[in-house]
Design a protein around this ligand. Sequence first.
Ligand SMILES: *Cc1c(COP(=O)(O)O)cnc(C)c1O
Length: 394
Amino acid sequence: MQNYLTPNFTFAPIIPERGQGSRVWDTEGREYIDLAGGIAVNALGHCHPALLAALTEQAQKLWHISNIYTTTPAQALAKRLTEHTFADKVFFCNSGAEANEAALKLARKYARDRHGEGKHQIIACTNAFHGRTLFTVSVGGQPKYSRDFAPLPEGITHIPFNDPDALRQAVSAQTCAVIIEPVQGESGVLPATAEFLQTARELCDRFDAALIFDEVQTGMGRTGKLFAYQHGGIAPDILTSAKALGSGFPIGAMLTTDRIAPSFGPGTHGSTFGGNPLACAVGCAAFDIINSEATRANTVRQSAKLTAALQKIGEETGVFQTVRGQGLLIGCVLAEAYAGRAAEITAAALKHGVMVLVAGANVVRLAPSLLIEGRDIDEAVPKLKAALEEWLAR
Ligand SMILES: *Cc1c(COP(=O)(O)O)cnc(C)c1O
């Protein structure tokens, strides 16, 4: 097929056309088991009937009206998000990057409002990923994504992930925000330690800096709780969500407290499409299913099943040294001998009818539907093993 898109994406050699649950079919009619979930987005699989109903029902009422007005779906989704988290207020946007952009801008504004100029330093982690706008790519800790776009925004300091001492040295009265992914997703499915998060919380309290948790990937049920921070009980001041929030419909959100929210006074920030009624209606339907005990139980059950199966494949083939992660965000770390070759494995798996992801060059990542069934896993695992064996034999 002729490609009319800019060459920043390297597309796989198949063209998906249709999806249902954890299955996808391409334009040639071939079937795939989806363990990638549109990069941790399709939390309820493809074309879930409740989301389809919410979308079509809202489509017959109101598509867009602008932020000159609020709408029932926007208030309904914000109500759900605040009732089930630390937060009191929500800002809606359209993506993870925009949610983080809003979070970082709010942290700077809050610090300025409270303490005047100079308190603008943002502390972020090496290898973090926070999105692709110029600000978020600069705060992200992967220079390969930012350096070509210099000059970059200033006042950003990077410290090693999970290094509480480095955090203690970096945070000061000039710090306005510390931003952390509770599980670093893009760079290898690496969970933050409780000590690291606890230290961040204490330092932010001491210096009146905003603790921002980027839960764009870990949020909305992915790890077996609504948000990953709820495993440990260390709450942030600002939290960002996107990916699974619309479970396939584009929407992002920034959550914060009544203490900080007033710094986003009238006119300080905005978004044309943020709070779009279609997105929020789908978000409400997705929220109710994701936040149910049945979905949580399935996430925990299938996580254990899939993780055990991947560990077994790893031992049998020698390709994976460890399998890590939380809930249904799983990373298979490649053995030394195969370092740097995760992308070859995703290509091999696709040929065998299984969609998986990379997370950096050394980790094969899985982020399937939270509603994935045992039989999907039973079918996917031998295909994945066959793919690894064929790849090894080459
Ligand atoms: C995907 C991701 C983002 C960026 O989200 P977009 O919707 O692509 O802008 C930000 N942070 C984390 C942790 C992510 O995984």
